[in-house]
Every structure is written in C-alpha cells, then in structure tokens.
Design a binder for this molecule. Sequence first.
Ligand SMILES: C[S@@+](CC[C@H](N)C(=O)[O-])C[C@H]1O[C@@H](n2cnc3c(N)ncnc32)[C@H](O)[C@@H]1O
Length: 323
Amino acid sequence: MADLQAYQRVAVMHALASHHVLGAISKGHHTTEALARVGQLHAPSLERLLRAALDIGLIAPTGDGGYLVTERGQRLDPDHPNSLYSAIMLSVEQYWPAWRALHQAVRTGLPTFQDVHGCPPWEWRRRHPEQGRFFNEWQVQQSRQVLSDVMVALDLASAHTVVDIGGGQGTLLRACYARWPHLQLVLFEQEHTLAALPARMEEDPPVCQVAGDFFRGIPVRGDVFLLKSILHDWEDEAAVTILRQCAQAMQDQTRLIIVERVLNRGLSPQAHMVDLAMLLVTGGRERNLEQYFALFSAAGLQMVRLTPTAGDFSLIECQRKLV
Ligand SMILES: C[S@@+](CC[C@H](N)C(=O)[O-])C[C@H]1O[C@@H](n2cnc3c(N)ncnc32)[C@H](O)[C@@H]1O
C-alpha cells in the first residue's frame, strides 16, 4: 500500500522545497553540515530528511559523503521549466488542510477551506500574496499542459478582439496571439492579480488589462469571450451570475467559449479528484452537459457548438439566446 505513504513523501518534498535544500545542493553545498549552515537548519534532523529524500530518489550520494540532485529532484527547483515547486507549496499549505476534512464536506456538502483558513480562497490569497503567487504559478504550469490540446480545438481566425475573463496570467491569450497575431487581447481580472503580473505583460504581446469583478459587471467589448476554468470554481447560483454578466456584456454575434471538463465524456480519473477539490476549496463543481444547459438557460445563453479536445477539456461555445 504505497499509496498510504503518499502524504509522507509529499511532506518530505515540502520540507525540502520550503528550505530550498535541493537548490543549495545544486549551488555546491553538498554535505549535511554545509546545507544546515546555509539554511540555518538543525543538522541531525536535516540528515534524517536527506536519508528519506535519497530513498524516494530526489537526491543521490556523491560517494564522498555528500549529495547531488537527481533529475527527479530538479523538478522541485522553482526555476525548472516543468517545476513542481508551486504545486507542492500549494498542495500542502492551501489544499491539504481542506482535504483532511473531506469526510466533513461529504456530510455537510459545504467547502472546508474557509473553516481551516478563516476565509474563502480568493480572499485568503489576496491577504497572503506569497500563497497567491504559488496558485498563479501553478495555474500557468497546468494551463501549459492543457493549452496545446485547447489550441488544436480553438478557431479564432476570424476573430478581432478576444477577452479572457478571469484569464489569470494571460497564458491562454498569449497562446492565441502566437497563432493569430492580428488579435486584440483583453485580460479581465481581479485588481490584485493584475497588480502582481510581470511588467512585460502589457507589451509582449500587447495586452489591454481591465481590472474588475465578474460578479459586478464586465465593462469590455469583444467578439470572443473566453472563460477557462472559471465556472467550475463556483456553485450554481454564482456561476449563473457570472454567465449573466457575460451575456450582458456580449453583443448578438459575440462568441462565449467556455473551456471546462464535461463529466460523462470519458475523463481521466484525475478529473474526479479535481471535482472533489472544487467541493472542498471553492464550493464549485465539475458538471455534465445537462447541468451546463441549466446554467445557460438561467443566464439567457444557448450552446451553439461543443468541441472536445484530445484531453479532459471541452470547448462549449455559447451565444446570447435570441428572443
Ligand atoms: C482557476 S483560475 C483560472 C485562470 C485562467 N483562466 C486559467 O485557466 O489558467 C480562476 C481565475 O479567476 C479569477 N477570479 C476569481 N474571482 C474573480 C472575480 N470576482 N472577478 C474576476 N476574476 C476573478 C482569479 O484571479 C483566477 O485567475
């Protein structure tokens, strides 16, 4: 039952990542004593942590009493192109306490994040910018993995202005621009998320940033609205409010392209874990097509096209319902 020890392996990775131990080894501090000195750690305990890290293949012995970082261990480096650093920090510090109360959520049907952290996730990340950064960085990593599938299914050749609502770090917009450089890009996001973006975001490619709250109104115009991994964060009433705000900002010809997992469409097992994460963290959910139809109907929208991608995500294209 190796699965039963999974939490221990994650704790080992988290301890190493928190103290940047593997980074220090890569910089030439090969022995426990040197590592304890640079990281101001308790050397005998660090030695015990390193023995566990060795067993799970994150480091290897150099032969002269020191350690080197294996290929697997290098993925804990924040600068690695496929880094797991933010995912580990996020999983242990934000999600783990909420997951520990899964049994409670199954009884109450309510998210547990707020109980353990004192407020809902978006507010908590606003109050703890470092944690917000872990979340944003992991969104970018994850988006990269699904982006190539989505880009094969997406067709914006005839579009002019594309608005990504809750577009995070602008990763999807940048991928759209790389394929269709004629596009005007608009990123609609929360003010503190925009404030934390790198300065280059406004220039390369040019992205017009609009700060706002998608529950209060979307004061932008565009012929394509993108909504990726947004609706699954919210329970039905909130999801309908977001869709209504989209419908109000849309013109008759505006295409609203929702990028989400659609249950019952042969998804990977990971999709059901994401669904549980939504129950625990945000109070949202993954939905099947009928559940999406109910949201669209309440928001004055209708589905005009459904395009599955090669992965778990589908593109659900909607327009305003014509009366
Ligand atoms: C799960 S992330 C998805 C980000 C991006 N669309 C992607 O797929 O990588 C949800 C995004 O919604 C944004 N968001 C949350 N509440 C919002 C609000 N009230 N108004 C605008 N954006 C919001 C968050 O800042 C976050 O970037």
